[in-house]
Design a binder for this molecule. Sequence first.
Ligand SMILES: C[S@@+](CC[C@H](N)C(=O)[O-])C[C@H]1O[C@@H](n2cnc3c(N)ncnc32)[C@H](O)[C@@H]1O
Length: 208
Amino acid sequence: MGGRAREKSVKHYSSKHKILLVGEGDFSFSKCLATAFGTAANMTATSLDNKEWLQRKHRQAMANVEELKNMGCTIIHGVSAHRMKDHPQLQSKYFDRVVFNFPHSGFSHRAEDSYHMIKRHRKLVWAFLINASEMLTKKGQIHVTHKTTYPYSEWDIEGLAEEAGLRLLKISPFDIDEYDGYVNKKGDGSKCDKSFPAGNSCTYKFAI
Ligand SMILES: C[S@@+](CC[C@H](N)C(=O)[O-])C[C@H]1O[C@@H](n2cnc3c(N)ncnc32)[C@H](O)[C@@H]1O
């Protein structure tokens, strides 16, 4: 009777890992992991949007959040990658995996391949990497899943990580079908609840 719960895994993630999810859309990625693990006790899932905005933007978000809470997940809204290490609920917390899927700083009237937009997106990823690097356990990893085609290739995530003093562990091809129930979201604008083709995306894994 009793005993330790058996470890369960989904791709790079294990039920034993302390996982921080940053910039969630409708929280379906977090729910995918929690469902496969049978628990979310080791997970902290966050969104930039506060609860009210999240509800407006993503039809399924609050249902996913409720299920996650029932599985023991810590949910925090209003967490910005720009200053997450100093968030009162995250200060002095350390994680084995800090994950941001499809970081994107939002749409504007400018084209995605404009200098201005690329700079803005890069600033977000840079801030995420810097903050995340201070939130890792000894063997912790930072994961960024990102499109590799132009203009996304211009963000030069590997270069940013190198500048941030991080070590590239691996670039792993991303296949959304490996994450049951995950619906990646645009996250901003009038089509914020729409998904988009992940296409040629990869998960970049970094460590200190
Ligand atoms: C393309 S969407 C991806 C959403 C989600 N990660 C997914 O895979 O479905 C980009 C997300 O980045 C979030 N975001 C933008 N700026 C952020 C910031 N400063 N801190 C945290 N998240 C941010 C947005 O709220 C949006 O949900």
